[in-house]
Each structure stands twice: as C-alpha cells, then as structure tokens.
Design a protein around this ligand. Structure first.
Ligand code: PLP
Length: 453
C-alpha cells in the first residue's frame, strides 16, 4: 500500500471544517480525504485529476451515473421555472404531481398516494409515524411496535436508526429504542446452523418471527419493515421462499409489511422493485436514492387507498394532518425524479441491467474462488464479497485489523471505488455501466484483493 502523502491545502481545509459522516473521524488527519471534483458516466475524478470507476454508484444511488445531459437539462428547466415551492396547506407544484402519478403507475402493489420526504431516513421515520397515526385512527392505540431485523439499515434519524439493526448505529447514541423489535437476519451463510438447508433455515426464521410476535402480543405490533435485499448490513440476499414464509406469519397477525426499497427500487435487482424480485407483497413502500438517481435529494412513502383513508378519517377528527418537510416534494427533486423514471423507461435501463446480470454473476462467482473471499453474493447489479480469515470454517478476521477498509483502499488505489462494510466489500455500479466497464471494475477489484492477500 502507498504511504499516505502529505495533506494538500484542500484536504486540510476539508478536515478542519467538516464533520464527515460514517467515517473513523479520529484517523482523518493521517488518512486524508479524497475530494471529488467532477464525474462523467461511471467515472468520478478527484481534484488531483485521478479517475475512479464509481463501483458503488456513490452511496447506492447514482444509477444513471454522472453528468447525464438530459438530467442536467431537466434541472435547468425546472430551476428557471420554479426553483422552490412547497406542498403544504393545499399548495402544490406540477413536478410533485407528475412524479406521484408516475410512482403510482410503476408501483409493484396498489398505491394511491405518495408522501414526499427529502431522504430515505425521513421516509422510514415517516412510515413509523404514519403507522402509529393510522392505528390511532383505527382505534388500535396499542398496536405500535415495529419489527425490524438484525443487520437491517433504515437510516440515521432517531427512529430510522432505532430500526437499523447494526451495533455502530446504537452504541454510544442512546436511542430510545423501545417500540422497536429486531428479529433474525436471513443470511444463511452467516447464521445458518451447520448442516441446515436453506429451506430449514427459512422455516426457522419464520418460526422465530412467530415466536417474537406471540411473545410480544400481535395486538401490540403495527408493522414489520424490511429491505428486499439488505444493503449496508452486508448485501444480504434471503433464501428463496423467505418472504413468502415471513409474509404468511405477518398476515396471520394483521401486521403490515413495509418494504424499504431505498436501495432496491428502480431496477437495481433486475426488476423495477426488489419486492418483485424477492416475491414480497408490501402494504407500503419507502423509496429514495435512485428515485432521482441522486441528482437531487428526495424520498417517498407510497401508500394504498385504505391506509390513506385512515389518515383522512383521523384528520377529520383531529384537524390538520401535521407532518411534512420543507423540502418534501421539492420541485427540482421531483422534476429530476420524473426525468429519471422517463430515462429508465425510454433507455430501457432495466433491460440493460438484465443483460449485464450474467456478466455480473460470472465475475462474482470468480471472486468467490479468491482465497480471501468466504462468500460472494449478488442479486441483479448489487453484490458483496465477504472477506474471511479462514474459508473452510468461515472464521472472520479480527475487526480491529480493518481488513475490509484496507482492501477497499487498495482497490481505490487501483482506480475503483467500492465500499467496505466491515470486512464485506460491497459493489453496486451505476446501472448504465457498459459490459467493458463492468469487467474493468471487476479486474480492479481482483487486483486489490490479490494485493490484500
Ligand atoms: N434505507 C436504506 C435501505 C438505505 O440503504 C438507506 C441509506 O443508505 C436509508 C434507508 C437511508 O437513506 P438516507 O441516507 O437518504 O437517509
């Protein structure tokens, strides 16, 4: 690995002025920061002129890559027409209306209304508040707990972080986590018992969920939230039949399923929605990230008519429906959401993802043979390589060794950005990536892995 060079002036200003999210901030002065200056296609360029293939679409969000001219034009046009307006108090703007209509058209389940937020965390926070509001409206004031899963990632606002099932989001943060229950993570490789088949594992997951619900009392539980494919928890793809088994338990106890499609929405898994790929039947959906392909911040909560009617009834009793964000439904973000969906449709981005999936699969299978890799898993164009100290026993590295972050640094030195989630290297390239660029990305990943060995 290269020695860290002295910090540039811009790096020094950066470290002296910014609190960097999700960063070991105590190390920044020695590691320095990489400051990006521009991007085009799947490439980003730092201010020192180095080029990187952005193998994570930024944070799983820039599905259309960088510098798309149609997106830029759509932004300019909206900026000129109306750079900001809100949708509070019966005001509205055309981009918000148009985007809500488009989301209703492409939703995987019947959806009649859309509530806009500025982020995925806000969407999930809103989901919880709306579930509480709905159950109050329906005369079920005790039905309030939310089930999430170990290793889930749902964001960082107080409630979304409480839903998240990762220790680093809880340790040291003093979150008020009552009303949140965590059930098992459906990762067979990590949590399967020796000799247990995927079908047996799935049955155990469903039983464990049922036990939890019965222990707590079904009448106290409003909803379960789940990412079709877990992202930040390590790209966990549940075994076949998992959601069908889980869903049967939830249906039995009148507990609604919320799909957190913040990563999996808009083609990432080879269908419009991860719910379609994974056979989920959610009642409501959270979306963000590729909703605008990250050209502007936006989140959405998508609800069916009966859920919406409960809000209307409650508002009729209580008065104003008092929830909303200054930037929820921002016209610039919504115009970019409309344009992103048009591009996904007109350029058949999902068809392109499907064409690339066999290449992705073949390269992931090759990665799985690497001596450092315990499991290489994938779904559509998202995947991960789990690095282990011992392949046959699946023994993990001591986390203090920082093998994952060191490996991702090596990959970066080879000109590709991938994300270390502990010792799991995630890969989530822009959906517009060409076959040649995808192969180049994997070549750089393999070189980094070889150097880390
Ligand atoms: N839900 C999932 C599945 C996510 O992956 C993320 C972010 O990575 C979030 C929610 C939170 O979204 P945001 O960072 O926009 O608040």
């Amino acid at each position: 690995m290269l020695e860290n060079p002295p910090l540039t002036n811009l790096q020094t200003r950066d470290i002296e002025s910014l609190v960097h999210p999700y960063t070991p901030i105590h190390q920044l002065k020695s590691t320095g920061t990489v400051i990006m200056g521009r991007g085009k296609g799947v490439y980003v360029y730092d201010t020192q002129g180095r080029a990187y293939i952005e193998g994570m679409s930024g944070l799983w969000c820039a599905g259309l890559g960088f510098g798309d001219e149609e997106m830029i034009e759509a932004a300019i046009e909206q900026m000129r027409a109306l750079p900001y307006y809100h949708i509070f108090g019966a005001k509205s703007s055309e981009p918000a209306i148009e985007l809500a209509e488009k989301l209703k058209e492409i939703a995987p389940v019947p959806i009649s209304k859309v509530f806009f937020t500025s982020s995925g965390s806000e969407a999930n926070d809103t989901q919880v508040k709306l579930a509480w509001y709905m159950n109050n409206a329906m005369g079920r004031p005790n039905k309030k707990k939310i089930i999430s899963r170990i290793k889930a990632y749902h964001g960082v606002t107080v409630m979304a972080a409480s839903l998240t099932g990762l220790p680093s989001n809880h340790n040291g943060w003093d979150l008020p986590v009552d009303r949140v229950l965590h059930t098992d993570c459906p990762h067979h490789y990590r949590f399967g018992i020796e000799g247990e088949s995927e079908a047996e594992f799935t049955a155990r997951m469903a039983k464990s969920l049922r036990d939890l619900i019965e222990r707590e009392g079904p009448d106290t539980i409003a909803a379960m939230i789940a990412e079709p494919v877990m992202g930040a928890g390590g790209v966990v793809i549940p075994p076949k039949g998992y959601y069908e088994a889980i869903q049967a338990v939830l249906d039995e106890h009148d507990i609604m399923l919320i799909a957190d499609e913040v990563i999996t929405g808009f083609g990432r898994t080879g269908n419009w929605w991860g719910s379609q790929t994974l056979n989920m039947r959610p009642k409501t959906i959270s979306a963000a990230k590729q909703l605008t392909s990250a050209y502007a911040p936006l989140g959405a909560v998508m609800v069916p008519e009966d859920v919406y009617q409960a809000y209307v009834d409650h508002s009729a009793t209580l008065g104003t429906f008092a929830h909303g964000f200054t930037y929820g439904g921002h016209p610039l973000s919504c115009a970019l959401g409309v344009k992103a969906i048009e591009i996904y449709q007109e350029r058949d981005i999902i068809g392109h993802v499907r064409k690339l999936m066999p290449v992705f699969e073949q390269r992931m299978k090759k990665i799985s043979e690497h001596p450092l890799v315990g499991e290489a898993r994938y779904c559509g164009l998202v995947g991960a390589a789990e690095l282990v100290a011992d392949k046959s026993s699946k023994r993990s590295f001591d986390p203090r060794n920082g093998v994952g972050p060191k490996t991702s640094k090596l990959i970066e030195e080879n000109g590709a950005i991938l994300r270390a989630l502990g010792d799991i290297i995630a890969i989530c390239p822009p959906m517009i990536i060409s076959e040649a660029e995808l192969n180049e990305l994997f070549d750089r990943l393999e070189t980094g892995l070889d150097q880390a060995e």
